[in-house]
Write a protein that binds this ligand. Structure first.
Ligand SMILES: C[S@@+](CC[C@H](N)C(=O)[O-])C[C@H]1O[C@@H](n2cnc3c(N)ncnc32)[C@H](O)[C@@H]1O
Length: 208
């Protein structure tokens, strides 16, 4: 059993909770096959806890917001967000079952320790291209390693969500009629310091 620190600072608590745990291990053949069938990539990498804090401050989300992490890995971003502020809901979706399982175990620990500001938190195993995202008001995706074709399909899918949706993507989007870039941040990722993170707003929704 892990003991998340009672620190008031979620980023300190996250570091303590995940100490010695990382996502840079080989996935099983079945997990790799599943990700290939989804025409995606299993490559791992993480946003650093101080960068998560900066991104959350920038997005300035509140109790009416529903935040998703598409490709949530071990769940650090979702758990830190849920520990930091009271959102309406916070969801991570991860296709690799072993990563999703670790994420759910960590969520169980922070919930048990009473450290969640957001109560409605889910870390689910699945393909974000098939998951219902209709209530999303903000999305983060560490999309650097996703194939360009997946990013294009993802943009098209997200363009049917609610107008005003905020999208923070580690990969920049090709020009499209739906999303307008509103900011560019420099945030530390596990593979590169001061990596670019692009913030978009959905200005033209396909939703009828
Ligand atoms: C670079 S990691 C990001 C981890 C986490 N979001 C972070 O930033 O700390 C990307 C994750 O997306 C997952 N992934 C790739 N395609 C996916 C899909 N279609 N649905 C759900 N997860 C996916 C990979 O297995 C990987 O764990």
């Amino acid at each position: 059993m892990r003991s998340p620190t009672k620190s008031k600072q979620p980023r300190v608590a996250i570091q303590r909770l995940y100490r010695g745990l990382h996502g840079y291990y080989d996935l099983s053949g079945d997990e790799e096959d599943r990700i290939l069938r989804a025409r995606s990539s299993s490559m791992y990498g993480e946003i650093m806890p101080a960068a998560t804090e900066a991104l959350l401050d920038h997005l300035n989300l509140g109790p009416k917001d529903v935040l998703y992490d598409l490709g949530s890995g071990l769940g650090k971003f979702v758990i830190q967000a849920a520990m930091s502020r009271p959102l309406k809901k916070c969801v991570g979706i991860e296709l690799a079952s072993s990563r999703a399982r670790i994420a759910r175990e960590m969520l169980h620990e922070v919930r048990r320790a009473g450290l969640l500001e957001t109560k409605d938190v889910h870390l689910e195993e699945g393909d974000f291209m098939r998951h219902d995202l209709s209530d999303a008001t903000a999305i983060y995706t560490c999309s650097t390693a996703f194939p360009a074709t997946l990013v294009d399909r993802m943009v098209f899918r997200l363009s049917s969500l609610k107008k005003g949706l905020l999208l923070a993507s580690v990969r920049d989007l090709d020009d499209n009629p739906y999303f307008e870039q509103v900011d560019e941040l420099r945030l530390d990722m596990s593979w590169k310091r001061r990596s670019r993170v692009y913030i978009y707003r959905l200005i033209r929704s396909r939703r009828i």
